[in-house]
Design a binder for this molecule. Structure first.
Ligand code: PMP
Length: 408
């Protein structure tokens, strides 16, 4: 008779990497100040976070969070549906809607739950949900949990989306879900074309802008960047990145948000985010609304690194945002490069399947408004040493090709 736990003995990859001393996951940082961190006793430049605006260490954000904990305690101990809604949550709902340019917004405990709750609430039996193959796992999970049917199209491939939509029954409800900024590739969704196709096929469109809000469109996100706020039906965001907190939200028309509020099980059956996190997100929002210099510095830092990495011959894929992947396309090389960079004092994120498709492993690097030039130069020096030692970069011919594609 088979035992449920039989599969456990066969899962050896993580233990093999541990035995070699190159296992990169679940390892603790003892100090993390945004731009630098202490990793197992070693000071490292942090280019592996989502702290795009550097607000986790902003004194005003910290103070707001501490004051909210002093006033409301450490947990709301209940769902927003019942005792878990504070004035702070309602204020966040209102302020976020205004910030992204929609009628209404609804704050969830996490971004993951926002995607799962929104998709499962809206996509019902007989409906279709159509997603980009590179969409975030929380979108995929929402699609797998909903009662509608899941279809996928090739990453940022418009004709692939059209092919999928063309085959679906005209009368069925359809939701297309894309990331605004792709979390691993750092490339943008071609929203103008996507919106046009969705309109033509009568599909609604939802943009997961976890990596766009606070970053693109002057901070107001990818729909704002393209001037398409009114054409995108739903905008999703998270507080675990630019907002220096934890939580997520969905924004759209008042009627749709009202419906989601009463049907999203991940909202109704889970405790609301604590006051300290709601207050931190609110203060971060104040700062985003009034201090554009953080977004400007973020982009200046990202552009400096992009140029430096391309000049060294690194393949950075199609990144045009503060997420810059180092495409290594081999799991072992990726982990080795991660380890070598740590030794040189730089913290990156190694991303292997299922985080990316098989054969697309990469080191994810991402930048922060508060990085100083000195941090970025330290990172570039480490990339130079490690790139030469492990032969990670391209030849000058290949490099010239990458650069011309990049400027195109
Ligand atoms: N969507 C995207 C694109 C993400 O990158 C993430 C987090 N990595 C999420 C959703 C989930 O957000 P959260 O961390 O708030 O659960």
């Amino acid at each position: 008779m088979a035992d449920l736990f039989d599969k456990i003995g066969g899962f050896t990859q993580a233990k093999e990497a541990m035995a070699l001393g190159i296992y990169p996951y679940f390892r603790a940082l003892s100090v993390s100040e945004g731009t630098t961190a202490i990793f197992e006793g070693k000071e490292v430049v942090m280019i592996g976070s989502n702290n795009y605006l550097g607000l986790t260490t902003d004194e005003r954000v910290r103070r707001a969070s501490i004051e909210a904990i002093e006033r409301y305690g450490t947990s709301v101990t209940g769902s927003r549906f019942l005792n878990g809604t504070l004035e702070l949550h309602l204020e966040l709902d209102r302020r976020l809607a205004k910030f992204v340019g929609k009628e209404a917004a609804l704050v969830f405990p996490t971004g993951y739950q926002t995607n799962v709750g929104t998709i499962t609430a809206l996509v019902q039996k007989g409906d279709y949900v159509i997603i980009d193959k590179d969409d975030h796992a929380s979108i995929v999970d929402g699609c797998l949990m909903c009662r509608g049917e899941l279809k996928r199209f090739r990453h940022n491939d418009l004709s692939s989306l059209e092919d999928v939509l063309r085959k679906l029954p005209a009368e069925a409800g359809k939701l297309v879900v894309v990331d605004g900024v792709y979390s691993m590739g750092g490339d943008l969704a071609p929203l103008p074309e996507l919106v046009e196709i969705c309109k033509r096929f009568g599909a609604r469109i939802m943009v997961d802008d976890a990596h766009g809000i606070g970053v693109t469109g002057g901070g107001r996100g990818t729909a704002a960047h393209f001037g398409l706020t009114d054409d995108v039906d739903l905008i999703m965001g998270t507080f675990s990145k630019s907002f220096a907190s934890i939580g997520g939200f969905i924004a759209g028309s008042a009627d749709v948000i009202h419906y989601v509020q009463h049907h999203a099980r991940s909202l109704i059956f889970s405790a609301a985010l604590p006051a300290g996190n709601a207050a931190a997100a609110l203060k971060a929002l104040d700062i985003m609304e009034t201090e554009p210099q953080h977004v400007e510095r973020l982009w200046a830092n990202a552009n400096y690194m992009r140029q430096g990495l391309v000049e060294q011959g690194y393949d950075i894929g199609k990144s045009n945002t503060p997420i810059i992947p180092i495409m290594l396309r081999d799991d072992y090389r990726t982990v080795l490069a991660w380890h070598a960079l740590i030794e040189e004092g730089v913290y990156t994120n190694p991303v292997l399947p299922p985080g990316v498709p098989s054969g697309s492993s990469l080191l994810r690097t991402s930048y922060t408004a508060t990085h100083e030039r000195e941090h970025l130069d330290r990172a570039l020096r480490a990339f130079k040493v490690v790139g030469e030692r492990l032969d990670l970069t391209q030849t000058s011919n290949e490099l010239a090709k990458t650069q011309s594609e990049f400027s195109a």
